[in-house]
Design a protein around this ligand. Sequence first.
Ligand SMILES: [Zn+2]
Ligand SMILES: [Zn+2]
Ligand SMILES: [Zn+2]
Length: 177
Amino acid sequence: MLDDLRYPLQAGRCAASAWSGEPDRCRWCDGLARPGEAWCGHRCEDEYRRNHWWDHARQAAAARDGGACVRCGLGPQVRTLARLLLRALIPMGPVEAARLWQGPAWRSFVQACELEVNHVEPRLGRGYQAGCHHHLDGLETLCHRCHVQVTSAQHALGGSRADVAAPAVPPPGEHGA
Ligand SMILES: [Zn+2]
Ligand SMILES: [Zn+2]
Ligand SMILES: [Zn+2]
């Protein structure tokens, strides 16, 4: 999975990188790299990872989007707020409260507030391996319902592989079917 540590191997391969191709220059900002290294410092290395490694990119996109769905605003903060509001508005003893938090309505609301990160351009089978298809400006944070709507619209427009609720890291040995 980490076969891309030296990425980009060629200048111009990554639209987000300013690297000129000189070996002693930073692969991200084209400043002077630290001797024997690909980067001028941790900041550029981190920035590179946030734009190419799915785990890093996914977290960076969610942070940039304020931890909420960019289409409808749902997210963990809304869930916390709703919980506080319900506690404030409905007089409940501990038993009733426990029943509410464990009931199907609250559980499905909690599920609706789970966030997923969508590729604005469909991945088209490129999977979750590191690469330029994870550039941050091509990612958006969505709740599950909006993600399903967006990806089915993408498919209707001719996208191919399903992106819906795909696991962030495919199980080892799985090569799609
Ligand atoms: Zn740099
Ligand atoms: Zn949403
Ligand atoms: Zn790139």
